[in-house]
Design a protein around this ligand. Structure first.
Ligand SMILES: Nc1ncnc2c1ncn2[C@@H]1O[C@H](COP(=O)(O)OP(=O)(O)OP(=O)(O)O)[C@@H](O)[C@H]1O
Length: 268
């Protein structure tokens, strides 16, 4: 592995993290004279569905995307032994879940600064006809104060007929919209908007809004709505945005375009 990458101009460094079927390592790119991240996927080890369904879809999607708030994939390599290497932009400052763990509930201006960048990334994705379907704090990385969205492993190219609905549940239960938990046909873009509500709640409250250890209870909480803790002093505008994002009726939940026009974001 080291020899193959070295011949391509990448010197491997430490392991940054491990996914279910992948490993991510830091590397130095001799060509660009800077550090990159390389995601290594052993095609011989992954299950059939991952290798033949999700992985090709992820590769097709990530190579189309080019936005400052999305981790850029620079190159894709495949070794003769069947290993895939995704050479990506490196985000050196962890993910926003770790950030909140370190800092506790964020003041509104800081939460807004991060959330605005996520809105821009998702506006871009939905505009390109891509739903992410696995939005969570762990998939929003940081490079300094720039948010970089990653992990398009469950992403989907939306059908040309935008009214066509999806049936598949992907992603993390804690971030999943009620229609996904109930197995109802849905528009994946509305699922992304719900997950963004969960992310905004975590940024502001430093905890997850819904308890995903008991799904019937979680569905009940989602319908009832979760108040933000009073002592955090969260503004009315911000609470209103949270309520719109965590709207249990997917038909009433706003599109990402409407989210971007919310006064909490446009008139701070
Ligand atoms: N470009 C990057 N820069 C910095 N860290 C990264 C980068 N890409 C991924 N990571 C980190 O590497 C780890 C593994 O990422 P990877 O996308 O392989 O799996 P995952 O999404 O964590 O897990 P799973 O595949 O099970 O969903 C994660 O902790 C992630 O934060």
């Amino acid at each position: 592995m080291e020899g193959f990458l070295l011949a391509k101009g990448y010197k491997l460094g430490r392991t940054i993290g491990e996914g279910t079927y992948s490993k991510v390592k830091e590397a130095f790119s001799q060509k660009h004279q800077k550090k990159v991240a390389i995601k290594i996927i052993n095609k011989k080890e992954g299950p059939e569905e991952f290798i033949h369904r999700f992985l090709p879809r992820e590769l097709q999607i990530i190579t189309r995307l080019d936005h400052r708030n999305i981790i850029h994939v620079q190159e894709m390599l495949e070794s003769p032994e069947g290993k895939m290497y995704l050479v990506m932009e490196l985000a050196e400052d962890g993910d926003i879940f770790d950030y909140v763990l370190r800092h506790g509930p964020l003041p509104e201006p800081r939460a807004r600064e991060l959330f605005q960048q996520l809105v821009e990334a998702i506006q871009y994705c939905h505009g390109c006809g891509v739903a992410h379907r696995d939005l969570k704090c762990e998939n929003a990385l940081l490079q300094g104060s720039t948010l970089k969205l990653t992990d398009f492993g469950f992403a989907k190219l939306l059908p040309r007929d935008r009214r066509e609905l999806s049936w598949t549940f992907c992603g993390s239960t804690a971030y999943a919209a009620p229609e996904l938990l109930q197995g109802l046909p849905h528009d994946s873009r509305k699922g992304d908007v719900w997950s963004m509500g969960v992310i905004l709640y975590v940024l502001l409250c430093a905890r997850l809004p819904f308890d995903d250890t008991d799904i019937p209870k979680m569905l009940h909480q989602q319908q009832k709505g979760i108040p933000v803790p009073m002592q955090l002093g969260i503004s009315k505008e911000c609470q209103n945005l949270l309520k719109m994002l965590l709207e249990p009726d997917m038909n009433l939940r706003p599109s990402i375009e409407a989210v971007g026009r919310h006064p909490w974001l446009t008139n701070p």
